[in-house]
Design a binder for this molecule. Structure first.
Ligand code: 6PG
Length: 240
């Protein structure tokens, strides 16, 4: 589907818009399928959105939370995406513990952790071998280098097409990440981008022609909805 780009005045307006889009899809998913599934972005941008979601009165028992990527640290580590989402949102709502599906980071080998998460997804979504799950919403951010999730420029993770989960690599540091084909299966992908430091990457990602290996967010081309919510600082000068 064609990407939809919206430039919002500031972070608060971006959070409100993202929240509205998510709540619409929560309602639709639960009405149609009895469950809503979402994969969370890490980093700093989504934190105020997670805090806003925590203020909502939702059918928490019908909401299942996954992660799009994870730093290879324990959940109580300051860099943990799981830890950030729990602190900002999940510890503050009555969501059943079995509805939370964090990426494991306790195996000695990150490859084993990626395989375990893939098995968890296959079990939850009742997938046949080789089948990809369809998540209702995948939240993503971008780095100023054009990465998304833990799909970093010129890394092997960008090429993985036959797995649901793989090991990302940020300057030698292992990450666990959903793969490009899994992300692209989502019903709705929502990029949240704030800050002038993201302008250059955005221009390269939005350019009609470019290098997907250099700007991996270019690989995110879902059949479903593709939303880019930018604040004014990130969106300045971006043709929408
Ligand atoms: C992560 C994220 C990553 C993030 C971007 C943007 O684990 O860091 O999943 O892809 O979305 O790096 O991070 P900021 O929101 O902190 O700019």
């Amino acid at each position: 589907m064609e990407r939809r780009v919206e430039v919002l005045a500031d972070q608060a307006a971006l959070v409100n818009r993202a929240l509205a889009l998510i709540l619409e899809r929560v309602t639709t998913a639960i009405a149609q399928r009895g469950v809503f599934t979402i994969a969370l972005a890490g980093g700093s941008t989504p934190k105020p959105l997670y805090e806003a979601i925590a203020q909502q009165n939702l059918a928490w028992d019908k909401i299942h939370v996954f992660w799009g990527d994870e730093r290879y640290v324990p959940p109580d580590h300051p860099d943990s995406n799981e830890g950030m989402a729990r602190q900002a949102w999940l510890n503050n709502v009555p969501i059943p513990v079995e509805n939370l599906h964090p990426m494991p980071t306790d195996a000695a080998d990150p490859i084993v952790a990626a395989e375990r998460y893939e098995q968890q997804l296959q079990a939850f979504f009742h997938l046949a071998p080789g089948e990809f799950p369809v998540l209702d919403v995948v939240l993503l951010g971008i780095g100023d280098d054009g990465h998304t999730a833990s799909l970093f420029p010129h890394t092997e993770a960008l090429q993985v097409r036959d797995r649901l989960v793989t090991v990302g690599n940020k300057g030698g540091q292992p990450r666990i990440t959903l793969t490009v084909p899994l992300i692209n299966k989502a019903r709705c992908i929502l990029f949240l981008v704030t800050g002038a430091n993201k302008q250059h990457a955005l221009r390269q990602i939005f350019a009609p022609v470019g290098d997907e290996m250099q700007y991996p967010a270019r690989l995110i081309q879902p059949a479903g909805e593709l939303w880019w919510l930018l604040d004014a600082a990130a969106g300045e000068g971006i043709a929408v």
